[in-house]
Ligand binder design. Sequence first.
Ligand SMILES: *[C@@H]1O[C@H](CO)[C@@H](O)[C@H](O)[C@H]1NC(C)=O
Ligand SMILES: *[C@@H]1O[C@H](CO)[C@@H](O)[C@H](O)[C@H]1NC(C)=O
Ligand SMILES: *[C@@H]1O[C@H](CO)[C@@H](O)[C@H](O)[C@H]1NC(C)=O
Ligand SMILES: *[C@@H]1O[C@H](CO)[C@@H](O)[C@H](O)[C@H]1NC(C)=O
Length: 353
Amino acid sequence: MLVVLGTLLALCFWATLSVGIYSLVLASETSKNITTTNTSLGFRWYTTGSIVAGSGAPSGLASNQLYNPMSLAFGASNELYVADYYNNRIQKWVIGGTAGITVAGQPDAVSGSTSIYLNLAAGVALDSGDNLYVSDSGNHRVQLWLNGSTSGTTIAGTGTLGSSFTQLYTPRGLARDSSTGTLYIADSGNHRIMSYASGASSGTVAAGGNGAGTLTTQLYTPTGVYLDSSTNSLFIANLGANNIVCWVLGATGWTLVAGHPAGSLGSTSTLLYSPYGLTLDSMGNVYVADTSNDRIQFFLAGQTNATTIAGVTGIAGATNQLLYFPYAVALDSTLNLYVVDTWNYRILKFQRY
Ligand SMILES: *[C@@H]1O[C@H](CO)[C@@H](O)[C@H](O)[C@H]1NC(C)=O
Ligand SMILES: *[C@@H]1O[C@H](CO)[C@@H](O)[C@H](O)[C@H]1NC(C)=O
Ligand SMILES: *[C@@H]1O[C@H](CO)[C@@H](O)[C@H](O)[C@H]1NC(C)=O
Ligand SMILES: *[C@@H]1O[C@H](CO)[C@@H](O)[C@H](O)[C@H]1NC(C)=O
């Protein structure tokens, strides 16, 4: 068993490191409008963003407004699907559009617990048919809204918080395996990631589930989850432990990707402060919404020292160069960066060049 575990942990690390060998040290020029990482590798983004959804403060429930967006996913035609948390709905925005339409929950933002409602929409994922998987966090359930449907069905959780294999406790980030249909749920209040096979009525624990803590067998309020198929592992934003960890599927513990192993927070290039969301690109580089530092951190694969690619560390603001508690980050197919700028009630796009 120990040998098996050692192999799995080594795999997680080795796969990440081997990509990192190609990604040499980056040089940053953060004082300018542009962030230069490694020019020849092409990891560069303008540091001035543009609003692609929401209209900034004040928050509201009009179709052009958002109220603490928390998650973002792309549809089959590159539409933005935004988990509009306090509006208890999922909004779909066409890129370049001036308003969103409600595709799950109610347009008037009323919350509820029957099939036509959501209550605190924290996470969203899609399949190739634009069917929606929604973390209905206040109802402690995950809802499936088929494309075009006016109601959802419960595919995980019972509607009552709890820690059994059929229950959830404030589900947040979601990741879906597009080849198998398996859904991974950041079951934040239970300090675990649940795995639901397609059609299953109960889940299994994929990571954590050993109480809140910073031991390698534990998670601490995990809020973001990303499935890296190339390493068969989950990358987890471990909010309460101020770190990002990698958990190979089937392993009994994590290895550290970024942040402090014992949970210390900080604002240097190697530390994080309440990282809520994350994503990876196909080369294994890691992008972290370093929420309480008001910045997005870019970690080359295998490295623990980041470059800030959006926002300014510790400075909350509403200009197009500043962020205010960003909760999530997403990339399109050409690695343009989309930031869920939660407390500015908007989604910002930072162009890669
Ligand atoms: C960028 O990466 C290329 C290719 O790996 C390498 O040759 C070059 O030295 C790197 N430049 C910097 C500034 O790190
Ligand atoms: C920064 O770059 C963006 C994108 O090219 C541009 O629109 C903006 O005016 C620039 N801002 C400053 C302060 O140079
Ligand atoms: C979802 O439904 C809309 C409206 O019927 C349709 O235009 C769109 O193509 C569907 N998306 C997918 C991926 O099938
Ligand atoms: C991390 O990067 C920063 C900025 O490039 C640099 O000043 C610092 O020495 C690096 N730290 C480590 C531990 O590599």
